[in-house]
Ligand binder design. Structure first.
Ligand SMILES: Cc1cc2nc3c(=O)[nH]c(=O)nc-3n(C[C@H](O)[C@H](O)[C@H](O)COP(=O)(O)O)c2cc1C
Length: 217
């Protein structure tokens, strides 16, 4: 298996797959990598559906702009966000776990302040607008864990952003789950793509502007 750094360097969006089956053990490992991802307040707002049958892969291909490689990959992992994980009930569970697992003692600053924590417990049920971004952002983290694990196992993947509720309808999944992405998984076919272009390091770095010190008179 590749190291994390090797997987980061090796990963490409793969858009051509061999028809060979992917061992179930590997799919389990990919899903386990997602399960272990970090999330804000440990809410883990992600759900995954493993799709293998050809008819369903064809449907996903159709729903996701007819991108052929979705149908060609032997396995497609459909990734949903679950806003329910931000409900007061779930928040209470996570807080309980924080206390029981000793995480609470490691928190710092205002997050460790008992008064602030008590106020958090009294917070009202969050609105769908409030949880929309955290649901998607945190699910993205788990998806990238999956993608890197698949690469480490010698498999190819391609992120496909997918927000259509048609996915829910086709698979009989309740509309409470938010479709986030579809990830085809399989052995890469053809020539392995070379590194894709990226903006330079200079273009992504932001220089801190240290506030000028006021001279004491
Ligand atoms: C959120 C997200 C959505 C994407 N959706 C698609 C897609 O629908 N179809 C596709 O071919 N590639 C898709 N990509 C892949 C990007 O085009 C690709 O990551 C980028 O061009 C860099 O290439 P690389 O992944 O090979 O390094 C998506 C990537 C991300 C992160």
């Amino acid at each position: 298996m590749l190291t994390v750094w090797e997987a980061i360097k090796t990963r490409r969006s793969i858009r051509k797959f061999a028809p060979d089956d992917v061992p179930d053990k590997m799919i389990e490992q990919i899903l386990e990598a997602a399960r272990l991802a970090p999330s804000g307040s440990n809410r883990q707002p992600w759900r995954f559906m493993v799709v293998k049958d050809q008819e369903s892969r064809q449907a996903l291909c159709r729903i996701c702009a007819e991108q052929k490689f979705i149908e060609e990959a032997p396995v497609v992992i459909v990734c949903f966000g679950d806003p329910e994980r931000y409900s007061r009930k779930e928040a209470q569970k996570r807080r309980q776990e924080f206390a029981e697992s000793g995480v609470l003692e490691t928190l710092s600053g205002r997050l460790a302040d008992p008064e602030v924590r008590a106020a958090m417990e009294l917070a009202p049920e969050p609105s769908p607008e409030q949880v929309r971004t955290p649901v998607i952002a945190n699910t993205y983290i788990a998806i990238e864990h999956m993608v890197l694990m698949a690469t480490a196992l010698g498999l190819g993947t391609c992120w496909v952003g997918a927000g259509s509720r048609e996915i829910n309808r086709y698979f009989g999944v309740g509309d409470e789950l938010v479709p986030v992405a579809v990830v085809p998984v399989g052995y890469p076919a053809g020539k392995y793509p070379s590194e894709r272009p990226r903006v330079s390091m200079a273009e992504i770095l932001v220089e801190p502007q240290i506030p000028a010190k006021v001279e004491k008179v």
